[in-house]
Design a protein around this ligand. Structure first.
Ligand code: NAD
Length: 351
């Protein structure tokens, strides 16, 4: 490990900026809190009340030689310029997600980092979600047999929150907000390339930006991802459903859920059940003799590993968990999602 602590500062001390200051403050052996900068005086006042230094200006923060690492946690449209300024000032940069609003912007940011020999990475904290890691384990270990479909959803019921998230010019909308997390998780689930994307946006509460979306992704072997974000849904759905040849899993936040496996595939006999205005054998639930229920595997994850890795990368001791190539891939996928929704067609691109 390096010979001194890295000085850390946060630009944008709103909801997520204050979380970053708190989390970085939980690693005092690695990071020294230097302070924050926010354009809103009331946010600076809150920071000072918490004992943090609030810099008078961005320039003052970036000129401080004690600041080695900057986290940018401002509205999405400001990421590019702030990250480039910080990188040019010689700071390592963690940028909140989505790193940029387009691949072109992202290339400029990555290029500036390379030119200045500084780390530039995105805060993909949901890679540390235990529900995601559980589904990834079920998929990789083939617990359910070969998985053919993964459904990944988040539903809220309050529309698009806040101010800038409702506005296109600030990079608002749910594709850029939650979509980036769910698409990044899908890309990490498998080593396969995605080959097609179909997306539909919803505008239930908001005409300017999407307040939800449904995306269907297909990989080269035919694995199907159904990814959905909704903000007008008053009855929740589990976070994940995973369907394999020999079983299904339901995985929710807090690792709630279950695995149901077929124990006797040959037993296809079923007593017809009344369903709606008819009878069905095909859709009749299996009787208890031919299925078994199991708990989800235990998964432990620690989101502090994100900053532990950032620090180790800066000291040249580890590879970054979140690489420029991965950032490029999820950015491109979001562009395809927007394009598919706008053109109402399947877009085929290997990504
Ligand atoms: N990774 C996650 O889990 C997660 C969760 C929430 C938000 N985010 C991301 O964090 C970022 C901020 O979101 P939020 O919910 O905290 O928003 P927010 O509105 O609560 O906070 C943004 C803050 O940035 C400040 N700000 C705006 N422009 C600035 C500038 N030029 N210089 C300095 N400060 C500036 C605002 O005054 C505000 O205090 C967004 O990119 C969002 O996508 C990530």
């Amino acid at each position: 490990m390096g010979n001194r602590k890295l000085g850390h500062a946060v630009i944008g001390y709103g909801g997520m900026g204050s979380w970053h200051a708190t989390v970085a403050g939980m690693l005092p052996e690695l990071l020294e809190q230097r302070g924050i900068f926010d354009i809103k005086p009331d946010r600076c006042a809150v920071a000072r009340e918490k004992g943090l230094r609030a810099y008078e200006s961005l320039e003052e923060l970036l000129a401080d030689p004690q600041v080695d690492l900057v986290t940018v946690a401002t509205p999405n449209d400001t990421h590019k310029d702030l990250c480039i300024q910080a990188l040019q000032a010689g700071k390592h940069v963690v940028c909140e997600k989505p790193a940029a609003l387009s691949s072109a912007e992202l290339e400029q940011m990555i290029h500036t980092a390379e030119q200045n020999h500084r780390l530039f990475t995105t805060h993909h904290n949901r890679r540390f979600d235990e529900d995601f890691l559980c589904v990834k384990q079920l998929y990789e270990q083939r617990t359910l047999g070969d998985v053919f479909c993964i459904q990944s959803r988040v539903y809220g019921s309050r529309g698009v929150p806040g101010d800038w998230r409702n506005q296109k010019e600030h990079g608002g909308g749910m594709i850029l907000d939650w979509g980036v997390h769910l698409l990044d998780q899908a890309l990490l689930m498998t080593d396969e390339k995605m080959v097609s994307v179909y997306a539909v946006e919803t505008h239930v509460t908001n005409d300017e930006v999407d307040d939800g979306f449904i995306v269907t992704l297909r990989t080269e072997s035919g694995l199907l991802f159904q990814i959905e974000v909704g903000t007008s849904h008053f009855i929740p759905f589990p976070r994940w459903y995973v369907f394999g040849q020999n079983g299904s899993a339901e995985v929710d936040w807090g690792l709630k859920g279950k695995i149901v496996m077929v124990s006797d595939w040959k037993n296809k006999d079923a007593v017809p059940v009344v369903a709606g205005a008819g009878l069905t054998k095909t859709m009749a639930p299996r009787d208890k003799d031919s299925i078994r229920e199991y708990p989800l595997p235990e998964i432990h994850s620690d989101v502090l590993d994100f900053y532990r890795n950032v620090v180790a990368v800066i000291w040249g001791e580890q590879q970054s968990l979140i690489t420029p190539e991965q950032m490029r891939r999820v950015m491109r996928l979001m562009e395809l999602v927007f394009a598919s929704a706008e053109q109402n067609r399947v877009i085929e691109e290997r990504i």
